[in-house]
Design a protein around this ligand. Sequence first.
Ligand code: UD2
Ligand code: MN
Length: 540
Amino acid sequence: MSLTLRYFCYGCLLSSVTWSSSCCSTSTWAPPTAAPLSNQPHRGPERGGGRRAAAAPANQDAELSPEMVFQRDFVCSQDIFNEQDQQAADSGIPQTRLLTCSFQSFSPSLPSASVIICFFNEALSALLRTVHSVLDRTPELLLHEIILVDDHSELDDLKGALEQFVSSELKVKLVRNDKREGLIRGRMIGAKHATGDVLVFLDSHCEVNVLWLQPLLSLVSQDRRTVVCPVIDIISADTLKYSASPIVRGGFNWGLHFRWDPVPPSELGPDSSKPIRSPTMAGGLFAMDRSYFNELGQYDPGMDIWGGENLELSFRIWMCGGQLLIAPCSRVGHIFRKRRPYGSPGGTDTMAHNSLRLAHVWMDEYKLRRKLQCRSFKWFLQNIYPEMSSTALNHKNPPGLMNRNVRRPTVLQRGRLRNLGSGRCLVAQGRPTQKGGAVVLRSCDPQDQEQEWALDEEGQLVLSGLLCLDVSEVRTSDPPRLMKCHGSGGSQQWNLSKSSRLYQVSVGQCLSMSEPMGPKGYVSMAICDQSEAQQWCLES
Ligand code: UD2
Ligand code: MN
């Protein structure tokens, strides 16, 4: 049986990749060739120096590191690793850029960057790893300064030890907030201290990859109203391992929660290094002309602590004459934590508060919008995020009604969904017809009809021909559940990759057996890795 991935293969020589999905045969991984990242802050080897790593020939699974294989799962077999990229090979960080990126050249007179990093109670090692990676992988001329904004942290080593480090680095400045401001006002405080041409915001637990800054600065310098995000690679919160992310773009759902969407074919050109227009940004990592940031009104200062500011700024950029792009050749790793290690001072739900402000300001007539002569939200939906308008249509017309008029998606594969880590199969915890029911791992039984899943061309995983495997886009750490199939992708769209991972497009995570596996056989969503706990075989 063969499976075609329509969304994650683009911009390269092929318009789609078709491969055999006999998943069980690909469960052994080639040993990693990239050096594992340590927990400790480090300086990478100097650019241009160091040992040249052996370049991996493309198209040979056996010689690709897991990171590369992972990337290829989502991108394209030809477009994987550039043998000529000496700097990349010497960097000690897995190379996640596409081959075409090395043909890019940049103007010798790019603007300078002020890198702003806000942190609250961040692990010193994670913060230093972020700062060192910027110092090591950014050309001297382009780095104007790094501004660290301490949002009134309580941890001891963020005091003396950090000050000692800052005093030894000329370009690093430290600003301390007198009280907890939250990341939104924190970033504005950082911006106020900045004097470089372009503001580049990073979270305090990142690692920038080689040549990360040039593609961002280059696009901003071509048009000061262009805001640019890198591709956010994944650093595992458990192992700190760095792996490539698929190229997806930002969207949102009607709960005003950010989500990752596949890049629509209309956005894909023949050149995979071309920037991609993105309706929204994830929030943490982006470059923006400093004067444009001020002109556009910075952030909404009424937003507290965390959440919602990313959509607010994205709407404002698009509706008020700017554009938001993702530069596929700029890669920055970010630790996606399972839980945020902090709350808000008053214990309130700042995300809900911020989202309400966002709705009031941008989804209705409002004076701020008139002052900036911005377009309407309707314009934004019609022109920048038409995919959302079609979801809105689905909401108005119950999916059941809609589905009666449309053809059912073709089933690509059927069978039991066996988890390689446990050897067990995914089944409904209760009745497979129960909406909202959980799924668990039980002994496989080829005779049992209730263990049969169908994977269709829309990426839906349908159990016993009835309900779809669905994740919550609001509480992304919740385990998946069985829901009525809605036919609009997102929370019900799964990709079974060649390496047997079940990648959930909307939350950007993989289906995993919960470890340690108790008698109940629970499963969960987790940051994708190469473990057997995340490998699944759809076997008939
Ligand atoms: C994502 C964004 C984050 C922000 C957030 C929504 C990425 C990779 N991350 O969540 O930047 O847009 O969505 O608001 O796109 N911090 C403070 N003070 C606080 C709370 C946080 O300084 O009161 C710092 C924190 O230490 C970190 C940054 O703000 O450096 C972002 O916080 P996060 O990493 O917890 O957010 P994240 O990645 O879950
Ligand atoms: Mn973060």
